[in-house]
Ligand binder design. Structure first.
Ligand code: CP
Length: 326
C-alpha cells in the first residue's frame, strides 16, 4: 500500500503507479463500506475543492460535490462561462490564485487540443492537487470507477479475462475519446486482455496506443485491434461499448458527422450480447443514446452494471481526494 499521495495531481491515468491505484481502490472500498454503515469519515474537514467546468456534467459534478460534503468539506461549483476566463484570466492565474483559496482544483475541459494542456498549465502554477474531471485525452476518475466495478463483479484477479472496448454509434454529439483511451491504458496493468474495436476512422491517438501496447507487454496481457463489432464482442467477459468522435481522423464536425452516419449499425443489442460470455457484464459511463448506441433491453437488462459503475465514481473520487488533499 502506498500512503504518500498527499499533494499529488491526477491528470493522466498513468500518473499513479499500479500500486498507488491499488491503494486508491482499497481506500475506495473502505469508504464505500463506511457510507453503507453510516459511519462518519470526515477526512477533509474544512477543506474546499474548486470544481471548474468548461463542459456540462451530471455524474461528475454530482459525485465530486457529494463526495466532498461526505468527507466533511465543501465543493465550489464554478462554470468557466461565469468566470473572467474569457476576459483574460490565464491558466497561471487560475492555478496560482485558486491554489491559495482552495485545497484542490478539479477541472473538466474536453476541447480538442486544448483541455489537457489547460490542466497541465494550471497544475504547474498551483500549490494544491489538480484533479482531471475529464479532458480530451483522459477520463481517469471514470476509469478508476470502472476498474472498481469490474473487480466487484469479476474478482480482483482479472488475468485471462477479456474486455472489449468498442465504438458504438450515437447521433447526439461527437463524444470525447478520453474514456476508451483511459481504459486501454489502465486495464492491462490489472491483467485484462483488451480488444479495441472500432471502424477505421475512429482510431485513438497513436501515442496513447503505443503506451497501451507497452503496458500490455509489461504486464503480459493481450492487446488487439479489430474493426468489426461482432468480432470484438466474441467471448468477452466485459463489454464496454460507447460512442466517440472520429477526432483523430478529422476535427471538422460536419465531416465527422458524415463519417459517423456510415456506422449506424454499431449498436449494442441483445443479439450482440449473446456473442459475449454468458456471464458478461455490460458497461457504459453514461449518458448513452438509448436505442441508438445501446438498446433499452441491454442497458436495463441482466448484464448491465451501469448504475453500480456510476455509484463507484463517488467512492473512487472520495478515495483520491482523501489521499491527495488530506
Ligand atoms: N460519465 C460521466 O463523466 O458523466 P457526466 O458527463 O455526466 O459527468
Amino acid at each position: 500500500m502506498q500512503t504518500n499521495l498527499h499533494g499529488r495531481d491526477l491528470i493522466g491515468d498513468l500518473d499513479f503507479t499500479k500500486e498507488e491505484v491499488e491503494t486508491v481502490l482499497d481506500v475506495a472500498w473502505d469508504l464505500k463500506r463506511k457510507r453503507a454503515l453510516n459511519e462518519p469519515h470526515a477526512y477533509l474537514r474544512d477543506k474546499v475543492l474548486a470544481m471548474l467546468f468548461f463542459f456540462s456534467s451530471t455524474r461528475t459534478r454530482g459525485s465530486f460535490e457529494a463526495g466532498m460534503a461526505q468527507l466533511g468539506g465543501h465543493a465550489a461549483f464554478i462554470e468557466s462561462k461565469t468566470t473572467q476566463i474569457a476576459h483574460g484570466d490565464t491558466e497561471k492565474e487560475i492555478g496560482d490564485i485558486f491554489g491559495r483559496y482552495f485545497d484542490g482544483i478539479a477541472i473538466r475541459h474536453v476541447d480538442w487540443g486544448t483541455g489537457n494542456r489547460y490542466l497541465n498549465l494550471v497544475a504547474e502554477a498551483s500549490r494544491v492537487p489538480v484533479l482531471n474531471m475529464q479532458c480530451e485525452i483522459y477520463h481517469p476518475f471514470q476509469c478508476l470507477a470502472d476498474l472498481m466495478t469490474i473487480m466487484e463483479k469479476k474478482g480482483r484477479d482479472l488475468r485471462k479475462k477479456k474486455i472489449v472496448v468498442s465504438w458504438a454509434y450515437a447521433a447526439s454529439y461527437s463524444k470525447p475519446i478520453s474514456v476508451p483511451q483511459s481504459l486501454i491504458l489502465q486495464m492491462p496493468r490489472f491483467g485484462l486482455d483488451v480488444t479495441l474495436s472500432h471502424p477505421p476512422e475512429f482510431a485513438l491517438m497513436p501515442e496513447i496506443m503505443e503506451q497501451a501496447q507497452a503496458q500490455a507487454k509489461k504486464y503480459g496481457t493481450n492487446f488487439e485491434v479489430v474493426h468489426d463489432m461482432d468480432e470484438g464482442f466474441k467471448d468477452a467477459d466485459i463489454v464496454y461499448a460507447k460512442s466517440w468522435g472520429p477526432l483523430v481522423y478529422t476535427a471538422d464536425p460536419e465531416k465527422g458527422a458524415e463519417i459517423t452516419k456510415k456506422y449506424s449499425g454499431w449498436i449494442t443489442n441483445e443479439k450482440r450480447m449473446e456473442l459475449a460470455r454468458e456471464d458478461a457484464i455490460y458497461m457504459h459511463p453514461l449518458p448513452a443514446d438509448r436505442n441508438i448506441e445501446v438498446t433499452d433491453g441491454v442497458i436495463d437488462g441482466a448484464h448491465s452494471v451501469v448504475f453500480d459503475e456510476a455509484e463507484n465514481r463517488l467512492h473512487a473520487q472520495k478515495a483520491v481526494m482523501a489521499l491527495t488533499m488530506g
